[in-house]
Design a protein around this ligand. Structure first.
Ligand code: ATP
Ligand code: MG
Length: 401
């Protein structure tokens, strides 16, 4: 069995807690990752010390989420989150516990966690504290709710989407009772905020075991996030999985692929409702807008398209097309790469001549400057060889002076 190899700072923090008479463990995702032989991306710790006690032990701390018991300890400019053992009161709205209180009992804290694989604590002196059989579940690659899964989903409905997210990320099965509880409570996901849904959904559709994605609609959960999307992906499941497998793990690309089978206006509304940042929204929309456009992979056409869409969006679009098995997409991507390598002009800004140059040549100030630049740009898009100052000056001289 893999034993977590604690980074020096983490071991030091846990030792410090012990020296001051408190318990300290690593817990959650990092323990799960270590058991699976995966390098953890962060090291969450849990302790019997109250937030105030944690603050009195370490010289540099930040009150990250002190109300919920989380204090960040800063050590050699690295951040470590330490959360006091917590008990949660009844959940009134499928989202928030009515109160959060601290406890000195690790077991009580483990009880509030979502899945057995996430409810294991570890410290060097004691080894694993695994009261729900999480290690066995990890070894058998099973996601199982802690205690009564249905009750846990009713407390916090996001846990349902987390189950699916972990299944696709880790390539784990959802245990039968847990899956049944998910099906029965799927509608409660409507109570969860857009931001929390977005975060989990994004991790889900960019997960590695994309073959497992259908559980998102087979359990009915997706119906309550978007009924249109639910209907559409059920019908196009195979092609969708094939395409999602073929693309890079990129959020905008993944959503463009995911939303391509629904009406574009509904897709845009969904991106808006999920409150994506402007950059991701624009990129996903640019791809969606052109999903049905035929690809012309000749250099002039690709340059024109790049000028219109921007090279990042265009390259993303071609990659999506390529992942869908469209050979034109692959060819266009190659053309775009060589256009970029050559440094071909794809924006008025890339022209070898500027507005000031035109004024210097005697062109009158005003709209005409922009018009001439656009005209030159059109020519250069057709033939990048023309993007040389003398040639462009000559063209201007012949036509306008
Ligand atoms: P990741 O590797 O994606 O960070 P993680 O398991 O660390 O996975 P986090 O969202 O970082 O997931 O949460 C840390 C831990 O907090 C979880 O392992 C779990 O024990 C607990 N947890 C998080 N969210 C919930 C929740 N909604 N309900 C119950 N426990 C939760
Ligand atoms: Mg984590």
């Amino acid at each position: 069995m893999n034993k977590p190899i604690l980074p020096k700072n983490v071991a030091w923090i846990l030792k410090k807690l012990n020296e001051n008479g408190f318990e300290g463990y690593i817990v959650g995702g990092c323990v799960r990752d270590a058991i699976m032989g995966v390098a953890p991306h962060d090291w969450d710790m849990t302790t019997s010390a109250t937030p105030q006690e944690v603050k009195s032990i370490f010289s540099h701390t930040v009150d990250t989420g002190i109300k919920h018991g989380t204090v960040t300890v800063v050590l050699n400019s690295e951040n470590y989150e330490i959360t006091t053992y917590r008990v949660e009161g009844d959940y009134e709205d499928c989202r928030h516990p009515s109160y959060v209180s601290f406890t000195r009992d690790l077991h009580e804290d483990l009880l509030r966690r979502d899945f057995t694989m996430n409810a294991i604590a570890y410290c060097e002196s004691e080894g694993y504290v695994d009261i729900f059989g999480g290690i066995e579940d990890i070894n058998r690659r099973i996601i199982r709710g802690v205690g009564d899964a249905a009750e846990r989903f009713r407390e916090d409905a996001l846990r349902m989407l987390r189950a699916i997210r972990f299944s696709v990320q880790l390539d784990f099965d959802i245990e039968e009772n847990t899956k049944q509880a998910l099906k029965e409570n799927a509608g409660l996901i409507e109570k969860i905020s857009a931001e929390r849904i977005r975060e989990e959904l994004t991790k889900t559709i960019t997960g590695n075991a994309i073959n497992r994605l259908p559980v998102l609609w087979e359990t009915g959960l997706l119906k309550y996030i978007s009924p249109e999307l639910y209907d559409a992906v059920k019908k196009n499941s195979e092609q969708l999985i094939f395409q999602l497998k073929g693309i890079e793990k990129n959020t905008a690309m993944a959503y463009a692929v995911f939303l391509q089978y629904i009406d574009i206006q509904i897709a845009k509304k969904l991106l808006k409702n999920l409150k994506f940042d402007t950059k991701t929204t624009r990129l996903a929309e640019a791809i969606l807008n052109n999903m049905d456009t035929d690809i012309d992979y000749t250099p002039a056409a690709v340059r024109k398209f790049a000028a219109k869409m921007g090279k990042e969006a265009l390259s993303t679009l071609y990659k999506v097309k390529q992942a869908g098995g469209n050979s034109q997409g692959e060819k266009a991507l190659k053309t775009l790469e060589s256009i970029m390598d050559n440094g071909d002009c794809i924006s008025v800004k890339d022209l070898a001549i500027s507005g000031d140059d035109l004024l210097g040549m005697g062109i009158e100030k005003g709209k005409v400057v922009g018009q001439i630049l656009n005209e030159l740009f059109e020519k250069v898009l057709e033939n990048p060889q023309l993007n040389q100052k003398e040639i462009l000056q000559k063209t201007v001289g012949e036509k306008y002076l």
